[in-house]
Every structure is written in structure tokens, then in C-alpha cells.
Design a protein around this ligand. Structure first.
Ligand code: FAD
Length: 377
């Protein structure tokens, strides 16, 4: 086969699909619009020496996430349980703080990865060899079916160009695909409407993280768990490393994307630190480092429809492509996972399914790659 297989998106799903294809002996062109790998996975460090804090996903659930567990073992990425020992604090709308002595142990217990979730995507990336050509800062703007291939319209900092691929696995969230990609021949309206109605999990969310010289809340008998009806954060947790020596807190910002955009990130950080002082005491006023990651302001994660807050975990369904495309293009990404949609585990499940369908289609491809009527220009 002369053209490579293309994988679009180097988030967890795209990286894993690429690695599986490489293991099956394929040449792969991995195309990513951002400069970095990871997509929604992003861990940052206050300093070169500090531990990395998760600005995207932090948790996985052993026993419920078999692929993640297996992969971490295989790649030698260590994990540790989420700290939740000690009392929790709840802030009422009136600003009153209530202490709950019993800790909120998550059930089932959640675990975090040493070095942040980015350790997992970096470990997969490190497995890729010369059979994989990685193109960062390259956006797929469209896909056209050609007689024996798919033509990808690409844009990188040097301009626009196109690339033929024998087959394509697209891991871009469905809403972004429907919103941003030109498809020729067009996909049916009903399919595009379904894709636009499929929320990009957590894309409307923002996270605040703050690193401290020590876990002063633990010394005061607090777990670091907090809930607030006042905000701007609605839910807070300990984000220290596995030893507890490198101390940090993180919170999900409950305030809406439009409120966040209105006040700006500097003011949001100021409000979040003031909230931590209310909940955990004056030592919270002086973080070593703090950051806000507003995913709603990331056009390579959040589609326009994702800016409306989502208060439930959607049921995700695998999209069925029109038959002309079905042997050439496969959708992956966590929103295509039948059992774990939205989660890291789902990004792996969807990648596995897409790669296995692609592999199964190979013997039939010659049959299906006869010129299509609409391509005979
Ligand atoms: C704040 C937050 C907290 C979360 N917490 C958890 C958690 O604790 N546990 C959990 O299991 N899950 C959690 N999640 C969900 C988890 O992050 C996702 O399930 C997972 O990262 C999805 O991976 P993916 O590869 O499917 O998609 P993505 O990571 O979105 O990857 C898609 C990739 O496609 C790229 N792309 C987009 N458009 C184009 C284009 N046109 N051309 C080329 N490339 C393109 C993007 O840049 C991106 O790299 C959280 C998510 C967020 C945002």
C-alpha cells in the first residue's frame, strides 16, 4: 500500500491508535493541530523540580479502567491513590463554612499517575518509532474521498497542502469534526446533527491548581476535599504528589464559561485563592504557583455548543459513517467509546475498536477501493 495510514489528533486516543497500528506493522502519519501531544491531557509543573499538576484529567479507577491499568503497568508509569483522609469542608451560599469530620472516600477509590496524567501520553509517545511520522501544528481542515485513498486538506505554519492517506482514524471530538471539517462527499445531515449534539466531555470546564510549600490543610486535620455553593470553584481536592511532600490543591471552577470569560483569568485566580483562604485558612493566600486552565477557551477542544454548561454525563454512541466512507475512515476518541465514553479509558477503548475494524477491513480493501462514481472527475 503506497499511502500511509493517517491518525488525526495526538490526544490519548490518537497516540494509542498510532502505537497499536505501529505494532501491527503499519506506517502512520500522526497529525496534530496543537504544538504539543496530549489534547485534553495536560500536566504542568511550577518549576523544573516541582511535581506536575493536572490541568486536565487526574483520575482513573482501578478495577473499572482495565486498559489504563494494564497500560500503566506495561509502560512503567507509577500510580497512587487520591488523598482524601481527614475532614472535608463545605461552603454554603451564605459563605458559612461547615466541617464534615468523616472523610469523603471516593467509591470506588480514584488513583492518580506519578508525574501527572501527561506521564501516560509521554510514555506512549516514547514507544513510537521511525514507522510513525508525527506532524504537530498541522490542522486537518477537510477530507475528500478519492478512488483509492482519502485526501486530507492540511494547514500548518508554512501554508496549506494536501496529503493522501490509505485510511484515516479521526480522534477529533465529534462536535469539532462536524463544525470545522469540510467533507466531500458530504456526510448526511442527520449524522452531522447527531455529532453536533454529542457533548465533548469536560470541554466547557476550567480547572484551578495551586502549589504550596507544605500541605498545611493536612496538618489541620483536613483532607483538602471541599464543596462550595458560593464559588468560583464548586469542588476542591488535594493535588499533592504521592508522598504528600510536594503539596497542592486543585478545584473545578463551577462558574460558567461566559462568567469566566467576562472576568478574565487573572481575576479568576484571585477569586479562587480568596476562596481557598475561606475554606482552608490564611496559609492558602500565598501559593508557590497557581494556574487556571479554561478548556472552554481552547478551540481545539471546545466546539461552540460546548460553551453551554453540562450537568450530566451523556450516553455516548458510536457514529455510523456513510458506506462510501466506511472502509476508509474510522472514528475514535473517547466520545466514540461504547462503554467508557468521556473517560481516559474510553479514549483507549475507542482507539482499540477503530484499529481492529481497520485491520479487519484490510483484506477487503482492494474490493472496496474500486473508483467511486463521484470521484471519476
Ligand atoms: C478538566 C478535565 C478533567 C477531566 N478529568 C478526567 C478524569 O479525572 N478521568 C478521566 O478518565 N477523564 C477525565 N477527563 C476526560 C479526558 O481528558 C478525556 O476522556 C481524554 O483526554 C480524551 O482523549 P481523546 O484523545 O479522545 O481526545 P482529545 O484529548 O480531545 O484529543 C483530540 C486531539 O485532536 C486534536 N485536534 C482537534 N482538531 C483537530 C484538527 N482539525 N486537526 C488535527 N488535530 C486536531 C486536538 O488538538 C487533540 O490533541 C477530563 C477532561 C477535562 C478537560
Amino acid at each position: 500500500m503506497s499511502h500511509p495510514i493517517a491518525v488525526v489528533g495526538a490526544g490519548l486516543s490518537g497516540l494509542y491508535a498510532t502505537w497499536l497500528l505501529q505494532q501491527a506493522g503499519h506506517r502512520v502519519l500522526l497529525i496534530e493541530a496543537r504544538e504539543r501531544i496530549g489534547g485534553r491531557v495536560l500536566s504542568q509543573s511550577p518549576s523544573a523540580a516541582g511535581h506536575r499538576l493536572d490541568l486536565g484529567p487526574s483520575w482513573f479507577w482501578p478495577g473499572m479502567n482495565p486498559r489504563i491499568e494494564k497500560l500503566l503497568k506495561q509502560l512503567g508509569v507509577a500510580a497512587f491513590p487520591q488523598h482524601s483522609r481527614g475532614a472535608a469542608v463545605v461552603e454554603g451560599q451564605d459563605g458559612k463554612i461547615h466541617k464534615h469530620q468523616s472523610s469523603w472516600e471516593q467509591s470506588p477509590a480514584s488513583y492518580r499517575m506519578a508525574g501527572g496524567t501527561q506521564s501516560l501520553v509521554e510514555a506512549i509517545h516514547a514507544q513510537l518509532d521511525e514507522r510513525v511520522h508525527f506532524k504537530p501544528q498541522t490542522r486537518v481542515k477537510g477530507m475528500q474521498l478519492r478512488p483509492h485513498a482519502v485526501e486530507l486538506s492540511l494547514q500548518d505554519p508554512s501554508g496549506e497542502w494536501s496529503q493522501l492517506a490509505a485510511q484515516v482514524i479521526v480522534t477529533v471530538p465529534p462536535r469539532l469534526l462536524a463544525q470545522d471539517m469540510a467533507l466531500e462527499p458530504a456526510w448526511p445531515d442527520a449524522l452531522l446533527q447527531d455529532m453536533r449534539a454529542t457533548p465533548t466531555w469536560m470541554a466547557g470546564q476550567a480547572k484551578f491548581v495551586a502549589a504550596y510549600p507544605k500541605a498545611f490543610w493536612r496538618e489541620a486535620g483536613l483532607s483538602g476535599n471541599g464543596m462550595s455553593h458560593r464559588g468560583p470553584m464548586s469542588e476542591i481536592h488535594d493535588a499533592s504528589d504521592g508522598t504528600g511532600q510536594s503539596a497542592a490543591l486543585f478545584g473545578f471552577v463551577g462558574a460558567s464559561p461566559s462568567y469566566r470569560a467576562g472576568i478574565g483569568q487573572e481575576e479568576l485566580q484571585r477569586q479562587a485563592i480568596a476562596q481557598l483562604v475561606r475554606l482552608f485558612g490564611p496559609e492558602a493566600a500565598q501559593p508557590l504557583w497557581s494556574a487556571v486552565q479554561d478548556w472552554a477557551q481552547e478551540p481545539l477542544t471546545a466546539a461552540r455548543e460546548d460553551l453551554r454548561p453540562l450537568s450530566y454525563h451523556p450516553m455516548y454512541e458510536v457514529a455510523q459513517l456513510p458506506s462510501a466512507w466506511a472502509q476508509r475512515v474510522w472514528l475514535a476518541g473517547t466520545e466514540q467509546s461504547p462503554n467508557y465514553g468521556g473517560y481516559l479509558e474510553g479514549a483507549l477503548e475507542a482507539a482499540e475498536i477503530a484499529v481492529s475494524h481497520l485491520q479487519r477491513s484490510l483484506p477487503n480493501l482492494a474490493l472496496h477501493s474500486a473508483p467511486l462514481a463521484h470521484d471519476e472527475e
